[in-house]
Design a protein around this ligand. Structure first.
Ligand SMILES: NC(=O)c1ccc[n+]([C@@H]2O[C@H](COP(=O)([O-])OP(=O)(O)OC[C@H]3O[C@@H](n4cnc5c(N)ncnc54)[C@H](O)[C@@H]3O)[C@@H](O)[C@H]2O)c1
Length: 384
């Protein structure tokens, strides 16, 4: 098999990390990247000890030798970047969330059909052994009919990851129910085997945001040694004040959903939790399963990945342990990249994947709309 030559649009933290995965896969390399902020991109490359030549956007998209394009730009750029990649005749791996509105996702789906190119959304958790096991157990029928889903997302690095740069502005991300929860809504759809039919939500900003200047950054702040949200780490170049005026996304949300299968699901996300992990419970008519992920706490990482299954009758309990030593979401990032590159080699397009991307964005957008208005129930529009 020939070595893949991949292009990258958006060489920030995530883009550079995925580029490194391409090389680690042994199947190719990212040979060129475009980023409108080269010095920022270079900071991430330095931190990752991985160099990619920076080129201009047009020469990247018109390079006939590129076999595919990874879109690692901020969420509000995904629509344009992915569409330009598809129109340039390249298979595209676009980071999650697919886009920041349902209309943008639908446009991407239309262009994908029109160009007959492969469009993948970066749902790395579908390549995580723990969630793959949950999907396998649910699909085997051992739990009976899935009736109930409870998901909790404890976001321990909320300040640094989501409130110190573009993530915290609705104009650029719509809501953290897309940016962050898009993974969870997708895992819910993947494991339960059903998309969401309708939902209602409640949420607010309970901690971040405030009256500080939009221009304030941690290194320049007088309170940099006392503020609980200070980020002075040069390896993580996100340091806008987490309490600045422009912050307008919620940090505390709950969503209640009915799936097309009739199952009832709840999702809770809090961005100022002292620990960082997700917890999923799926209950069926014959039993229930629960995930336990490695978590970061004040005292450090507690490494433990397992799925526990309890049955109403017969087998008492099953526990599946996962020894996840790989970096990048327990090695899921590398597995996702390998799978994408092999799918290009085999000319195999996963047509369901971008629809799943659209459906999880639809849940996030409608949940944000519900909680920002009068918490009304909203029904997902069909894919057009
Ligand atoms: N799947 C995952 O687990 C995962 C993890 C982290 C981030 N992500 C996703 O990756 C994307 C990037 O996140 P990040 O944390 O690296 O953000 P980031 O801000 O660190 O990097 C984004 C990069 O894109 C560049 N950029 C800005 N405007 C652009 C444009 N118009 N065209 C091209 N590039 C542009 C920025 O200069 C920056 O270098 C986001 O969509 C995020 O949701 C996914």
């Amino acid at each position: 098999m020939k070595a893949f030559r991949i292009g990258l649009i958006g060489a920030g933290g995530r883009g550079v990390s995925l580029a490194k995965n391409v090389s680690e896969s042994g199947l190719g390399d990212v040979v060129a990247a475009y980023d409108p902020n080269p010095s920022y991109a270079k900071e991430w490359m330095r931190a990752a000890e991985y160099e990619i030549p920076l080129v201009d956007r047009d020469s990247l998209l018109s390079d006939p030798k590129l076999d595919g394009v990874i879109v690692g730009s901020p969420d509000h750029c995904h629509r344009q970047d992915a569409i330009d990649g598809l129109r340039a005749g390249k298979p595209v791996l676009c980071e999650k969330p697919m886009a920041i509105s349902i209309a943008d996702c639908d446009e991407m789906l239309r262009v994908q059909k029109e160009t007959r190119q492969s469009l993948r959304i970066g749902f790395n958790l579908r390549f995580h052994p723990l969630y793959q096991k949950m999907q396998e157990i649910a699909a085997s029928g051992k739990l009976g009919r899935i009736t109930t889903v409870w998901i909790r997302h404890f976001v321990g690095f909320g300040g640094t990851y989501y409130f110190q740069d573009w993530h915290s502005r609705r104009a650029l991300s719509t809501s953290l129910l897309l940016q962050k929860a898009t993974h969870d809504f997708d895992v819910m759809h993947f494991v339960a085997g059903s998309y969401t039919r309708r939902l209602t939500a409640l949420g607010r900003r309970s901690y971040y945001g405030g009256d500080r200047s939009n221009a304030l950054t941690c290194p320049e702040c007088e309170e940099k040694y006392t503020c609980p949200e200070t980020n002075l780490d040069p390896a993580v170049p996100r340091n806008q004040c987490a309490f600045r005026q422009e912050v307008d996304v919620e940090d505390n949300e709950s969503v209640l959903m009915e799936l097309e299968s009739g199952a009832i699901a709840t999702y809770g996300q809090c961005h100022f939790s002292p620990d960082y992990h997700r917890s999923y419970v799926f209950i069926g008519t014959k039993g229930r399963m629960e995930s336990f992920e490695s978590m970061r706490r004040v005292e450090g990482w507690q490494r433990d990945n397992r799925v526990e299954v309890l049955y109403r009758q017969g087998v008492e309990r099953e526990t599946f342990h996962f020894d996840l030593t790989g970096s990048g979401h327990g090695g899921a990032d590398l597995r996702m990249i390998r799978n994408w590159l092999l799918s290009i080699h085999e000319g195999r397009a996963d047509t369901e994947n971008p629809i799943a991307g659209r459906q999880s964005v639809a849940v996030g957008c409608l949940a944000a709309e519900s909680l920002r208005t009068d918490n009304r129930w909203l029904t997902l529009p069909s894919v057009v």
